[in-house]
Design a protein around this ligand. Structure first.
Ligand code: PGA
Length: 250
C-alpha cells in the first residue's frame, strides 16, 4: 500500500517571516492527517530555519536541487551531504525549470539522482513532457526516455528508494491541470514501464502528480489508482490551499 505524499516546492519564494508563518500553519493539518506524508522544499537559505521549526512535527524537509559533488571548487552549489546536516530527507532532481532554465540534460539529472541516493537521501525524480510534445502524442516516449536514463545509470532497484513526480510542463504554473484521467493514464504507463523491469519496484514506488494542483482539484487526482500524491508549487505558498491538498489525501 503506497502512502499519499504531498510535497510543496516553494521554488524561489520566501522570507524568514514567511517561512515561519507557513510552517507553523501547516503543523496542525499535517498532524491531523497522519495517513498523509507531508514535505516542504524551501529555498536552500531557509533550510536551517525550517529544520528548527519542523522539530517535533511530522513534516519532512526537502531541497529543490543538488550538485553531483560532495564538496570542492563548485561555486554557488550545494551538495546532498550538506543537506543531510540540515535534516533534509527529499531532494528534487530534474524539475522542468532546472531542465529548461539551467540546461540540465537527462544525463545530468541521472547523475544528480545517483548523488542524492549515495548521500542517503531520497531523490524525487521530476519528469514530464512539454506542450508541443503533448500535442504530438509523445508523452509516453518522453517520460520513458527520462526514466530510462536514470535506470541505465543507477539500475531499476534504485527506484525502490525514490519518488517519481510526473509534471507535464504545460501544467506547471499555468493553471492548466491535467485531468485526473489524463494524469492517471500517464502514471499507469510509467508504472507499466517500470514493471517490465521489476514488478515489485513498480508496485511500490510513489508517483506524484504536479502541475497547478489546488485544494479543489486534489481529491479527484488522488482518487486515481496510480496517483500517490502531489508535488505542489504555487498552492504550496498559501497555507489554507496547501492544507486543503493535504486533507484531500486523507
Ligand atoms: P505549480 O508548480 O503547482 O505552481 O504548477 C508545480 C511544480 O513546479 O512542481
Amino acid at each position: 500500500m503506497r502512502q499519499t505524499l504531498v510535497m510543496g516546492n516553494w521554488k524561489l519564494n520566501g522570507s524568514k517571516s514567511m517561512v515561519a508563518e507557513l510552517i507553523n500553519a501547516l503543523k496542525a493539518p499535517a498532524t491531523d492527517t497522519p495517513s498523509v506524508a507531508v514535505a516542504v522544499c524551501p529555498p536552500v537559505l531557509f533550510l536551517g530555519q525550517a529544520q528548527a521549526l519542523l522539530t517535533d512535527s511530522n513534516i519532512a524537509l526537502g531541497a529543490q536541487d543538488a550538485d553531483i559533488h560532495a564538496q570542492g571548487a563548485f561555486t554557488g552549489e550545494h551538495s546532498p551531504a550538506m543537506y543531510s546536516e540540515f535534516g533534509v530527507h527529499y531532494v528534487l532532481v530534474g524539475h522542468s525549470e532546472r531542465r529548461t532554465l539551467h540546461g540540465e540534460s537527462d544525463a545530468m539529472v541521472a547523475a544528480k539522482f545517483a548523488a542524492v541516493q549515495q548521500a542517503g537521501l531520497v531523490p524525487v525524480l521530476c519528469i514530464g513532457e512539454t506542450l508541443e510534445q503533448f500535442e504530438e502524442g509523445e508523452t509516453r516516449a518522453v517520460v520513458e526516455r527520462q526514466l530510462h536514463e536514470v535506470i541505465a545509470h543507477s539500475g531499476i532497484d534504485a527506484l525502490a528508494n525514490a519518488v517519481i513526480a510526473y509534471e507535464p510542463v504545460w501544467a506547471i504554473g499555468t493553471g492548466k491541470t491535467a485531468t485526473p484521467e489524463i494524469a492517471q493514464g500517464v502514471h499507469a504507463a510509467i508504472r507499466a514501464f517500470l514493471a517490465e523491469q521489476n514488478a515489485d519496484v513498480a508496485a511500490g514506488v510513489q508517483i506524484l502528480y504536479g502541475g497547478s494542483v489546488k485544494g479543489a482539484s486534489a481529491a479527484g487526482l488522488f482518487a486515481m489508482d496510480d496517483i500517490d500524491g502531489a508535488l505542489v508549487g504555487g498552492a504550496a505558498l498559501q497555507a489554507d490551499e496547501f492544507a486543503a491538498i493535504i486533507r484531500a489525501g486523507a
